[in-house]
Design a protein around this ligand. Structure first.
Ligand code: URA
Length: 431
């Protein structure tokens, strides 16, 4: 078998066999198939798609590219949650400690920024020292001892996804149903959680822009999860505008920490409580969503969720004083409040434009392995449905470069649309 023949077959819209997919993923993981062939393969998949069978084969091949953990030997039940990617989506950083504080162990393998969408690992690394490369043994031990793990793909867990993810980020091959489904589900399967809640985003700042596409992706991932013997549910949530206020790594980390002190923008707070409630129900700690929500709220009120985050940061080598004092986070050189050019109701804050502008500021990568600037980003003060007066602050830019700041000002202003008529707020969840 030759990699080039597999690429040609997909280029010519033919269905790949399980053996061909296994061969390609194995070769890519061990370095025999170079990045340029993997990038060509990803491009052929994005253009020509994959059948559900091919997608399931790709997922299982990527999950088996390293070890597949069996956490049932470590804890009674471990849960996981994953988002399909969006702008300002720091949900995992708040929800995982909430759930763990309710006594449900959470072991999660996250990703880095992907295209215009931020990544949990990049956000966590804005805390100095935080390690995202735990080995399998460290993963298991920490889950058992602390009840919470938030790490990245190590060389032992779904390494094929780690490599493919970094390539897709910089080769225009992110928004593909089979590539997203296999990327997310291979990590989930390898990390061993028995119950998985998927937060599938839809809208202008999601990889699946329409509700129909998001629903297909959600169904595909739920089917793969169940095929692999995992209890899996998917929520469809809005990503037309950034979630919460903060976009950018340190800024999002601060917002996620502040939520655990009970202080967060309403949409982000509600979103997290709802996701946490689902995780608690699926993990059999709560009998229904109302009870799950009340449990999640209680662990914010009594400080136990914040304490779990502190435990997590410390366990993974991070400086936990950042959790206690968010003013310690690195601050950008320039902070500018951008005013509204007119009065009216906000009818759009185009999430993708904001996400792309944050990458341009330095919060994301242009090339594989590029360093990122943790301090830069935006605080979005006015959201869809808000009434605004001319001259009021719409958003804040945090930048380390004056030219990039000017570019961001123009771009993010263009993300805003106004209406003279009342505009209702966007829903948080669709299904
Ligand atoms: N999250 C992932 O882990 N992979 C994707 O492809 C998109 C979002």
């Amino acid at each position: 078998m030759r990699a080039v023949d597999i690429i040609i077959k997909k280029r010519d819209k033919q269905e790949l066999t399980s053996q061909e997919i296994e061969f390609f993923i194995k070769g890519f993981t061990n370095g025999e198939i170079p990045d340029y062939q993997a990038a060509a393969f990803a491009m052929a998949v994005i253009l020509n798609g994959m059948t559900p069978f091919e997608t399931a084969d790709l997922t299982l091949a990527m999950a088996r590219s390293g070890q597949v953990l069996d956490l049932s030997k470590v804890v009674d039940i471990a849960v996981d949650k994953h988002s399909s990617g969006g702008v300002g989506d720091k949900t995992s950083i708040s929800v995982m400690p909430m759930v763990a504080a309710c006594g449900l162990p959470v072991g999660k393998m996250s990703g880095r920024g992907l295209g215009f969408s931020g990544g949990t690992l990049d956000k966590l690394e804005s805390v100095p020292g935080y390690r995202v490369d735990l080995s399998t043994d460290e993963f298991k031990q920490q889950l058992k001892e602390k009840g919470i793990v938030l790490t990245g793909q190590s060389l032992d867990l779904a390494p094929a996804d780690g490599k493919m993810y970094a390539l897709r980020d910089v080769t225009g091959t992110v928004p593909s149903m089979p590539l997203i489904a296999s990327s997310i589900m291979s990590k989930k399967i390898a990390a061993g959680a028995q119950a998985i809640v998927l937060d599938v985003k839809t809208g202008l700042g999601a990889f699946m822009e329409t509700l129909e596409e998001a629903r297909v992706l959600a169904d595909l991932m739920v089917d793969i999860g169940r095929l692999a013997g995992r209890k899996t549910v998917a929520l469809l949530s809005d990503m037309n505008q950034p979630l919460g206020s903060a976009v950018g790594n340190s800024l999002e980390m601060i917002e996620a920490i502040e939520l655990l002190r009970g202080r967060a923008p309403h949409d982000y707070y509600e979103h997290c409580l709802h996701v946490a409630a689902h995780v608690l129900v699926l993990g059999q700690r709560a009998k229904d969503l109302d009870e799950g929500r009340a449990m999640a709220q209680k662990c914010i009120d009594d400080g136990s969720a914040l304490e779990k985050l502190r435990v997590l940061v410390q366990a993974q080598g991070g400086d936990a004083s950042y959790v206690d004092d968010v003013s310690r986070f690195e601050w950008a050189k320039y902070v500018e409040a951008v005013k509204s050019p007119r009065s009216g109701f906000i009818s759009q804050v185009h999430a993708r434009i904001v996400g792309e502008a944050s990458v341009t500021l330095g919060a994301g990568r242009a090339k594989k392995g590029d360093p990122i600037d943790h301090a830069v980003g935006f605080l979005i003060h006015k959201k869809v449905g808000d009434k605004v007066e001319a001259g009021e602050t719409l958003f804040e830019i945090h930048a380390n470069d004056e030219k990039k700041l000017a570019e961001a000002r123009t771009n993010v202003l263009s993300a805003y649309q106004f209406s003279d008529e009342f505009v209702p707020p966007l829903p948080l969840f669709y299904e």
